[in-house]
Design a protein around this ligand. Structure first.
Ligand code: PLP
Length: 374
């Protein structure tokens, strides 16, 4: 049997949670479950406000809009990311400015970020790759020193910590994704967390067609007004109820992911042609949303390994190719974007199967096959 890259961590409580919403015969779209899920996320992260969305990408679009970024503005982002990070500024006509990454966490390199700041820069938007915190404390200092916003694209890193502080709580705001390969999932979904009340109100309005309303719009609306053009970017009550059930399992899921990652780390440690994703030091707590190793010889050996594992029934993937090289950007960007570490690492990385329920036998089997390949 083939080993998939990921499997969703779910149980009977998830089924029950969705079933209760169905059986209520009401409020499938917006209902109390949404606020409950938002409160639960706020409590878990110890943030003041949380707004859910129907995806991480729409959450990012809403953030760019709520901060009022536009054509004269620049946002510094990594190219070593999922494309949504780079699209976000472009949704509102702003420019993504790509900065390089460092090899310890695969996150934005603070030194390179400093070089990319111009008079147009409004924000720095790092990601926490595969659940490993980036050097977010350094990026925060840079943002503060230069009077810039720090927006965490924490899509992959719910529950990760740097120095005991959770990712998503360092910046002015942060986005998390609940897509089905993330730490918890609602199928599709996302949220923004922040301490900023004004931002919170703007986000809620934008996700609901730019509407202000008292009471429940569908059953008992009062004082409706449409103040600006918005979208329907709302999460449904099914998803929120599923999210509530999922977040109840988050500690267990993170513990299992860490145990699985440790097993890989121990099994692969004697192979000097690869590098495992160890945290740079004990301040970093990864949630291992992905388990990505580096093949130090680069692209040819990496691609050969990928093919070898595929033939053995083991699914792997490249996360990420540098997004600035995709054709969608060719009319927007300067031609000479130099990101040497991004280029080097993107030719070395290969993501192996890791999920809470992957068996130890399967991990040992994958380790054996990698050893056989080398
Ligand atoms: C770093 C990063 N940013 C943004 C997103 C977009 O989230 P979603 O897929 O929920 O729209 C993802 C999800 O894959 C991601 O990994």
């Amino acid at each position: 049997m083939d080993i998939p890259l990921f499997e969703i961590y779910w149980d009977e409580n998830d089924i029950q949670a969705v079933k209760e919403v169905i059986c209520s015969g009401m409020h499938w779209s917006s209902g109390e479950g949404i606020k409950k899920f938002e409160d639960q996320i706020s409590q878990y992260l110890d943030t003041k406000y949380c707004v859910t969305f129907n995806s991480g990408g729409t959450a990012l679009h809403s953030l760019m809009k709520a901060y009022d970024f536009g054509p004269r503005d620049e946002v510094i982002v990594p190219s070593f990311t999922f494309i949504a990070t780079a699209y976000a500024p472009m949704y509102v006509g702003a420019k993504p400015v790509f900065a390089d990454i460092e090899k310890e966490t695969f996150g934005l390199d603070p030194e390179d970020v400093k070089e990319r700041i111009t008079s147009k820069t409004k924000a720095i938007m790092p990601i926490h790759y595969g659940g490993m915190p980036c050097q977010i404390d350094e990026l925060k200092s840079i943002a503060d020193d230069n009077d810039l916003l720090l927006i965490e694209d924490a899509a992959e890193a719910l529950g990760a910590e740097l120095n005991g502080k959770k990712t998503g709580t360092f910046g002015d705001s942060a986005m998390f994704s609940f897509c089905h390969n993330k730490i918890i999932t609602t199928g599709e979904g996302g949220c923004v967390v922040t301490e900023d009340e004004d931002l919170y109100e703007k986000l809620k309005m934008f996700r609901s067609y730019g509407r202000t309303v008292n009471g429940d719009y569908f059953t008992n609306p009062e004082n409706i007004d449409y103040k600006e053009i918005g979208h329907n970017y709302r999460m449904s009550t099914f998803q929120a109820s599923l999210g509530l059930s999922q977040i109840g399992k988050i500690e267990k899921a993170i513990k299992l992911r860490n145990e699985r990652a440790d097993r890989y780390n121990r099994g692969l440690k004697d192979l000097d042609r690869i590098k495992t994703p160890l945290p740079p030091d004990d301040r970093y707590n990864s949630v291992y949303q992905m388990y990505t190793i580096r093949i130090l010889e680069g692209r040819k050996t990496r691609d050969d390994l990928m093919k070898f594992l595929k033939d053995e029934g083991i699914t792997t993937r490249i996360y990420f190719d540098p997004v600035h090289e995709y054709s969608v950007f060719k009319d927007f960007l300067d031609e000479d974007i130099e990101l040497p570490m991004t280029k080097k690492l993107s030719e070395q990385v290969i993501t192996l199967p890791l999920y809470p329920d992957i068996s130890e036998e399967n991990i040992d089997h994958i380790i054996d096959k990698i050893k056989k390949f080398f």
